[in-house]
Design a protein around this ligand. Structure first.
Ligand SMILES: Nc1ncnc2c1ncn2[C@@H]1O[C@H](COP(=O)(O)OP(=O)(O)O)[C@@H](O)[C@H]1O
Ligand SMILES: Cc1ncsc1CCOP(=O)(O)O
Ligand SMILES: [Mg+2]
Length: 245
């Protein structure tokens, strides 16, 4: 995730004047800000994930826009607070749309782009060194999801340990948590590393709570959305699990 934000005045009003150093407090501040500011997130995402991505963003308090028409993008992209690009069902005709959206954002609001791929069979820990190198070479924040989600800016490295294994049995959870990262970065654009870690943790925490009521993947999908919508400060403060690695 490359942070291209230059002008914080262009971001939605968030009222994050000071965020405590504690990860749980930071996670709650981010979620509360998303609910308050309702950032507009443009999603150019794969066909499989459109529904869940939009519903996860709505449940978190953000405003999703699944805009991918080449005719609409030049007018629409400058109005958004973050652009989320997902290459899960990429075909050549989608590339100009993604590039136009990225270019439009870069020249207007200096937004944040997020890119995400499809299911991996590897442990996220295997990717630590590659993630660090990628972050250093690109000057970006890189996240790798898994049982422990790792986040690095090339120097710092944290693990977000919330979540349940059943998430792997619901398609588009990786896509959805990445869109949630876009919403969190949109309301704290100067701290994409922190916003990425807290978004991963908040999503995982919603899954943990949803799992208490779920009977399998289909009901977890439903309860995850409900739990994300209903997360309160007490739960986020008590159960956010992010630590340095
Ligand atoms: N074994 C696991 N235990 C807990 N959470 C997990 C586990 N595997 C994946 N997750 C969570 O599921 C979500 C989707 O991640 P992942 O399945 O790695 O994405 P993708 O579907 O893109 O491969 C993330 O929030 C991640 O933390
Ligand atoms: C099944 C599938 N095939 C192409 S994109 C996609 C969705 C993958 O979503 P996620 O990586 O979030 O599980
Ligand atoms: Mg998946």
């Amino acid at each position: 995730m490359e942070d291209k934000t230059q002008n914080p005045q262009e971001q939605p009003s968030t009222n994050i004047t000071e965020i405590s150093e504690s990860w749980p407090r930071r996670a709650w501040a981010h979620l509360e800000s998303v609910r308050r500011a309702s950032p507009l997130i443009q999603c150019i995402t794969n066909f499989v994930s459109m529904d869940l991505v939009a519903n996860v963003l709505l449940a978190a308090g953000a405003s999703p826009a699944m805009i991918h028409s080449i005719q609409e993008i030049p007018d629409f992209a400058p109005k958004t607070h973050a652009l989320y690009v997902n290459v899960g069902t990429l075909t050549p005709d989608w590339l100009p749309r993604m590039k136009t959206a990225g270019r439009t954002c870069r020249h207007s609001l200096m937004l944040t782009d997020l890119f995400q791929g499809v299911d991996s069979m590897h442990d996220s820990a295997d990717a630590v060194e590659a993630a660090k190198s990628l972050a250093q070479v690109t000057g970006s924040v890189v996240a790798v999801s898994g049982a422990v989600d790792i986040v690095t800016d090339g120097q710092r490295l944290v693990g977000a340990r919330n979540g349940v294994a059943m998430l792997q049995k619901i398609t588009a959870t990786g896509c959805s948590v990445t869109a949630l990262i876009a919403a969190f970065v949109a309301i704290d654009p100067l701290r994409p590393f922190e916003a990425t870690a807290t978004a991963l943790s908040v999503f995982g925490l919603a899954a943990e709570i949803g799992m208490e009521m779920a009977k399998g993947p289909a009901s977890l999908r439903m309860h995850l959305i409900d739990a994300l919508y209903g997360l309160d400060r007490d739960i986020v403060h008590r159960r956010t699990n992010i630590s340095h690695m």
